[in-house]
Write a protein that binds this ligand. Structure first.
Ligand code: SAM
Length: 332
């Protein structure tokens, strides 16, 4: 990989030209040391020149602002993912020559952002089983001409990589979506090198409490006690308590270096707007419906919507709180 060593060579070349350590032409040009020195300098100069040419490739960028592909591809990191992802991108230990694994990258986040931020000396692998999303990520990778990404269509429970082959594992709301967390963490512990960074974000089990409190009240009112139980089971299954997550991570041989708490509020004019938002319908509605018998769902959701709209009238906004954490670990 010619490009990999270029920054080093450029620095070395500059060092060679410091006034106190390069031999004078007159003193050394006839000695073996002098000839070797100037040959080396010439090679370094040629390398540096080539490096400048390689670096300057980006100057040839010619994006077409009227291209449908471009505007389509620019526009698809879900805004839901952004608050988590920005924290994650802030806390990665940036370095050259990293082998990175991103778990559950969906349509390409943070996989592609990492590839661009870490640069060509690093290689970013991504694992995700969602074919349609992976197709989309591949289209972006190709369109932007990114060469340091490799995609694995598979699951975190079975990562087809060698033991201790990865320096950095990232997951933005990915690991909290896997079918078997214990097995996935076991695989993370196997593929990461000793001292490697394992960093993930996930939302906590008090996510969207405003909605669940109203839902519980409505379900009790309608004497759907079994649905209340199912609702709590659904929350527990989707979002494990933080202590349980930490214990599981530590059991796999990681030390937890930093736990960073943050939150955002998903705000809407009212519950009607909230229930009709595409991302709510895509990512949450099925889960909410799953604890309620099908023939009661319309009645239940009408009541929840009415209750939450009254709250929005009183408070001036309908908001769903999303507390989340970043867990930054090191492999022991
Ligand atoms: C909430 S999305 C997060 C996507 C992306 N990281 C983001 O921030 O927008 C969860 C992702 O985890 C993926 N996923 C689900 N089960 C998985 C598994 N067993 N192994 C790896 N990824 C999985 C899903 O396909 C989905 O792309």
């Amino acid at each position: 990989m010619a490009q990999v060593s270029k920054p080093g060579l450029l620095r070395k070349h500059h060092l060679c030209l410091r006034s106190y350590d390069y031999p004078s032409l007159f003193n050394f040009s006839n000695s073996k040391a002098g000839i070797a020195y100037w040959m080396r300098s010439l090679t370094n100069f040629a390398d540096s020149f080539q490096f400048i040419l390689i670096m300057a490739k980006y100057l040839k960028t010619d994006f077409d602002f009227n291209s449908k592909d471009l505007v389509e591809l620019m526009d698809d990191v879900p805004i839901w993912s952004a608050p988590f992802g920005l924290k994650l991108l802030d806390h990665i230990r940036y370095s050259q020559n990293l082998h990175v694994l991103d778990i559950g990258f969906g349509t390409g986040f943070p996989l592609i952002e990492l590839a661009m931020r870490l640069g060509k000396t690093s290689k970013i692998l991504g694992v995700d089983p969602w074919d349609a999303a992976v197709d989309r990520a591949e289209k972006k990778i190709e369109y932007y001409g990114i060469s340091n990404v490799e995609i694995i269509r598979g699951v975190a429970e079975e990562i087809p990589l060698g033991d201790q082959s990865i320096d950095l594992i990232t997951s933005n709301n990915g690991l909290n979506n896997v079918a078997d967390l214990d097995k996935s963490l076991q695989e993370c512990a196997r593929v990461i090198k000793k001292g490697g960074q394992f960093i993930q974000t996930l939302n906590l089990n008090t996510t969207m409490m405003e909605l669940y409190e109203v839902m519980e009240k409505v379900l009790f009112e309608l004497k759907l006690d079994q649905s209340v139980k199912l609702m709590h089971e659904h929350i527990a299954e989707k979002r494990k308590p933080l202590d349980a997550c930490i214990a599981l991570i530590e059991k796999k041989g990681f030390s937890v270096e930093n736990i960073l708490h943050d939150r955002f509020e998903y705000k809407f004019t009212d519950a009607t707007a909230m229930f009709n938002h595409y991302f709510i319908r895509l990512a949450f509605l099925d889960g909410w419906k799953s604890s309620i018998p099908e023939d009661r769902q319309t009645e239940v959701f009408n009541m929840i919507e009415r209750n939450m709209n009254e709250m929005a009238d009183r408070e001036g906004v309908c908001k769903l709180s999303v507390p989340f954490v970043l867990i930054d670990c090191k492999k022991l």
